[in-house]
Ligand binder design. Structure first.
Ligand code: NAD
Ligand code: IPM
Ligand code: MN
Length: 352
């Protein structure tokens, strides 16, 4: 029987609860589909930071490098500044493993309470292809003239040709397997160096794909369109920061943050890819047992698909759809009063 070695990093807040439920669903899907998952758990988190002064050990990256996949809950919690916790765990892992694609598919699922509820899944299914290794997320910069009237900070962005080309090419290749449409989100009217550069490379690559319909959008106008005419979007490619913002927006219009999965993909497969929900540790509801586990479950399905188990991934997606369509077991964000465990169990039980 094939066995996959998976590193689980539940992390902080609701990350711990939703990871537990997702693992339950994944294990059952594995046994029904003739393979197994060997989990190794890592307690890397803000709690660990409080004890050791580090989010992960110094050799954390090498500890993970031999795994087939990484399953991450959420990182960050009040008490540790976000830039310390995230730059001590999540962001270094994305970079160390060259997970330069952050793939964030959304679709309207049955039984959701989206602002756009009533639309059908056919009308509302898109994927954000977010650049995940450079761009606006940069350590370059700093504070100057500290304490003086002229105090200021600089925050630099880095867009490399290799980095921009590979994410845009990934988006076009993906579009060929879907609707044949790519929209690139930039802000070339405001950011005069990085964004025109991205647009230029987008136009070059678009010319290599005459069969794919391409368009360039201003990210602000795209945000409005995502709410008002989401049916006209399919593959949306964006820089690290814009992709981050658009993916929460896309999640919101398709049922909320509790529903949106995400894959940090290393396309050549030289390193493990890492799967997590789009959402964070939700400190406002942490410890209450009411977080929606669907996003993490669907992230697990993305991981199984990536590992070469599309049958199990499809089975998980169907089980989620069945439970949501039934509507009797839903967490408060979906209008119900079930717990994280109730919903996780219902999904696991719905697997066939
Ligand atoms: P968040 O996504 O944690 O929460 C935003 C809102 O959505 C909250 O009201 C929360 O209750 C709700 N929500 C999120 N997930 C939910 C779920 N599964 N079920 C029900 N409701 C859900 O965003 P935030 O509050 O800005 O961030 C909290 C912490 O998480 C911060 O430290 C942030 O940096 C971190 N964060 C981590 C990741 C990650 O690890 N990938 C992603 C985003 C934010
Ligand atoms: C996400 C998160 C992270 C990001 C933060 C927590 C650094 O918002 O995965 O979407 O912006 O990449
Ligand atoms: Mn985000």
């Amino acid at each position: 029987m094939t066995e996959y070695k998976i590193a689980s990093i539940p992390g902080d807040g609701i990350g711990v609860d939703v990871t537990l439920e997702a693992r339950k669903v994944l294990d059952r899907a594995a046994s029904l589909n003739g393979f197994s998952l060997r989990w190794t758990e890592f307690d890397w988190s803000c709690e660990r930071f409080a004890e050791t002064g580090r989010m992960m050990p110094e050799d954390g990256v090498s500890q993970l490098s031999a795994f087939d996949g990484i399953f991450l809950g959420a990182v960050g919690f009040p008490g540790v500044p976000d830039h310390v916790s995230l730059w001590g765990l999540l962001i270094p892992l994305r970079r160390a493993f060259a997970q330069y694609v952050n793939l964030r598919p959304v679709r309207l699922l049955p039984g959701t309470t989206s602002v756009l509820a009533g639309r059908s899944a056919d009308e509302l299914e898109m994927v954000i292809v977010r650049e995940n290794s450079e761009g606006e997320y940069s350590q370059l910069g700093g504070r100057h003239n500290t304490g003086q009237p002229g105090e200021f900070v600089l925050q630099e962005s880095v867009f490399t040709r290799v980095g921009v080309e590979r994410i845009i090419r990934y988006a076009f290749e993906l579009a060929k397997t879907r609707s044949g449409r790519v929209c690139s989100a930039t802000k070339s009217n405001g950011l005069i160096h990085s964004m025109p550069y991205w647009d230029e490379i987008f136009a070059e690559i678009a010319a290599e794909y005459p069969g794919v319909h391409s368009e360039q959008c201003h990210v602000d106008a795209l945000a409005a369109r995502m709410v008002q005419q989401p049916d006209r979007l399919d593959v949306v490619v964006a820089s690290n920061l814009f992709g981050d913002i658009l993916s929460d927006l896309a999640a919101a219009v398709t049922g909320g943050l509790g529903m949106a999965p995400s894959g940090n993909i290393n396309p050549p497969g030289e390193h493990p890819s890492m799967f997590e929900a789009v959402h964070g540790s939700a400190p406002d509801i942490a410890g209450q047992g009411i977080a929606n586990p669907v996003a993490q479950v669907l992230a697990g399905a993305m991981m199984l698909d990536h590992l070469g188990e599309p049958g199990a991934a499809r089975a998980i997606n169907s089980a989620v759809e069945k439970v949501l369509a039934d509507g009797s077991v839903t967490t408060p964000d979906l209008g119900g009063n079930s717990t994280t465990t109730d919903l996780g169990t219902a999904i696991a039980d719905a697997l066939t």
